[in-house]
Design a binder for this molecule. Structure first.
Ligand code: SF4
Ligand code: SF4
Length: 168
């Protein structure tokens, strides 16, 4: 993969597919599964260290993390601990997908809130509903984590949210 993403500041979905194998549709329907969007080969290992089932392999600290999707139990600890905000969980549920993502911007949404969905470029692509919030105090990495229900066709696009302003 070229290193254009460094100056651009985000990965495209196509670039993501060059660095990780996307879980099968069958696996995505079974339960939440963690997918690292971590292209840089830098010495960083918290995700692999915290995984309770040893699902994240990284032969050397400089290697990109690889998840064994069959081992992953969807606990979200890797999402909570990653300092690069690079881990996400995806779960297909019929016509929607649930995306679990780090959310460091304030305000933190509440469960049930309708929020604006953003793609990797930060562009608004629709609206979704918050179904779970792990606040900073309960996150192992001090990073709040939210799970948002999005239209299924946006499962590989939505990677951030914006809380709606009053009256929006
Ligand atoms: S979600 Fe939990 S089980 Fe799955 S890779 Fe992350 S830390 Fe491991
Ligand atoms: S903790 Fe995050 S930044 Fe570090 S290797 Fe794991 S996914 Fe990449």
């Amino acid at each position: 993969m070229s290193d254009e993403y460094l100056s651009r500041g985000y990965l495209t979905t196509e670039e993501l597919k060059e660095i990780v194998e996307i879980p099968s549709e069958e696996r995505l329907k079974k339960k939440p599964v963690a997918v690292p969007e971590c292209p840089q080969e830098i010495p960083c290992t918290p995700c692999a260290e915290i995984c309770p089932v040893g699902a994240i392999s990284m032969p050397t600290p400089n290697d990109r993390p690889i998840v064994d999707y069959e081992k992953c139990i969807g606990c979200s600890l890797c999402v909570q601990i990653c300092p690069g905000l690079a881990f996400f969980m995806i779960h297909y549920r019929g016509e929607v997908a649930r995306i679990t993502m780090p959310h460091e911007l304030l305000p933190i949404p509440k469960r049930g809130d309708e929020v604006v969905l953003l793609n990797r470029r930060g562009e608004e692509v629709g609206v979704g509903k918050v179904v779970l919030v792990i606040p900073k105090e309960k996150s192992v990495g001090d990073t709040p984590v939210v799970t948002v229900e999005v239209p299924l066709n946006l499962a590989w696009e939505v990677r951030a949210i914006r809380v709606k302003e009053a009256g929006e």
